[in-house]
Design a binder for this molecule. Structure first.
Ligand code: FAD
Length: 391
């Protein structure tokens, strides 16, 4: 029987005296109660870390906090610098919503006014005053250039060319107004999304879009056992999908596997099926190898872990000062987006501004967000440690 703990935050794993994972500590996000869950193995399936970029297309719960917590406990984190950016997303106050590439596929055209922040209604801007930069820069492929190129060019036109449609929020036009009704009909689903979240009718007025962080290729490092005879994997090996901590496994976007710098479409479907197939027999083998179950361990192992997290939470809640967790998050997101997404600047990656006033201790409300912010810092650290150019 599966017991679901909804609205519970993973605070950390529980390690026994031999360093093996024996469960996890969770927090009820309504009552704020912190408690231990005993387990012979823990599988992390906590998704990507979009929140450290401020906003992304991911769910707003994809903070990366769970990964950061196991990283701080000694789990290796790999490929953190590789983040997938989707070229077209609808900017939003809360999060960014994906605008499918099918819009360009059906003939949508990307452009900006040649006059920076031209205040006119886009429909009234004459053709010769529009810069169809993908078509001009890539005459063969035009608006059908691959994702990475479209992303870089949209970013370049706004960040370096100063031609963003809006001054304070980077965006360009994705124009579907010239398409026939039959093409609009094919795109009804995504047009409805724009109408709901972007506002305006994209059939008659160009959409405003900008690239958005979409997928974390990096994550918790996991192992596999190779079959030396076949070169394939040893099915059922307890090492498969295992982190460097015994009993702690990671799957899905939370792990670092499969992608490297490039993420291919539909890989999440693949990783869902693959991890499911691998993990069942893997865990069975691991359980059989255990000399002692988590439930046989002394209570002190679990009490100690709960105490540690309660103390940490008490310290967070007791803090006072003018620093604001939301403002910090905003600054973090802006810095990560400017320096660690489409173009990477190692020398300035996520350093606080020298002119930033010292506001003293961080204010402790709300504690949940504060805890996540605290943890995000270590993912930024993990992400900045390797100095390869980001994809
Ligand atoms: C709009 C959109 C379109 C996409 N389209 C495609 C596509 O066409 N093809 C494709 O392959 N991929 C696509 N993706 C990516 C794909 O959906 C994700 O990579 C995939 O869903 C990740 O699955 P996951 O189970 O690893 O993580 P998630 O689905 O992100 O689930 C993570 C879970 O962990 C929980 N969690 C997070 N932190 C904690 C914590 N600290 N404590 C407790 N729980 C926590 C979250 O609440 C969530 O339930 C798309 C993504 C988006 C946003």
């Amino acid at each position: 029987m599966v017991k679901l703990y909804e609205f519970h935050e993973f605070l950390g794993s529980i390690l026994d005296d031999n360093g093996a994972c024996r469960g996890c500590v969770i927090q009820d996000m309504f009552s704020m109660e912190i408690k231990a869950l005993k387990a012979d193995a823990v599988v992390m399936a906590t998704g990507g870390c979009g929140l450290i970029f401020g906003k992304s297309t991911m769910s707003m719960i994809c903070t990366g906090g769970a990964n950061a917590r196991v990283y701080k406990e000694g789990a290796k984190y790999a490929n953190g610098e590789f983040i997938q950016v989707h070229p077209t997303a609808i900017p939003g106050a809360d999060k960014l919503r994906l605008m499918s590439e099918s819009a360009r596929g059906e003939g949508g055209r990307v452009w900006v006014p040649k006059t920076p922040q031209d205040p006119r209604d886009p429909n009234s801007i004459p053709e010769n005053e529009r810069y169809y930069f993908l078509e001009e820069r890539y005459p063969t492929y035009g608006n059908l250039v691959p994702r990475d190129i479209a992303t870089r060019e949209i970013f370049d036109v706004c960040a370096n060319g100063g031609l963003s449609v809006e001054k304070n929020d980077f965006c360009v036009y994705l124009d579907l107004t010239m398409l026939p009704a039959s093409a609009h009909h094919k795109l009804e689903g995504i047009l409805a999304i724009y109408e709901k979240f972007g506002g305006g009718n994209p059939r008659t007025s160009p959409m405003k879009i900008f690239p958005a962080v979409h997928y974390s290729m990096g994550g918790v490092w996991v192992d596999f056992e190779k079959n030396e005879q076949t070169g394939g994997l040893v099915y059922g090996s307890p090492r498969n999908q295992r982190t460097n901590i015994a009993g702690l496994y990671a799957i899905g976007e939370a792990d670092y596997q499969y992608h490297g710098a490039n993420r291919l479409g539909a890989n999440s479907l693949l990783s869902c099926i693959f991890a499911g197939l691998m993990l069942g027999p893997t865990l069975q083998t691991y359980f059989k190898s255990l000399k002692q179950s988590a439930s046989d361990l002394p209570e002190s192992v679990f009490d100690r872990a709960v105490r540690k997290h309660k103390d940490q939470m008490d310290q967070l809640v007791a803090r006072s000062g003018n620093e604001n967790a939301y403002q910090l998050h905003d600054e973090l997101g802006k810095s990560m987006t400017a320096n660690c997404t489409v173009v990477r600047h190692n020398e300035r990656s996520c350093r606080p501004s020298k002119n930033r006033p010292d506001r003293g201790a961080i204010s402790a409300r709300p504690a949940g967000r504060l805890g996540q912010m605290d943890e995000s810092e270590s993912l930024v650290h993990a992400r900045s440690r390797r100095h390869d150019p980001a994809g």
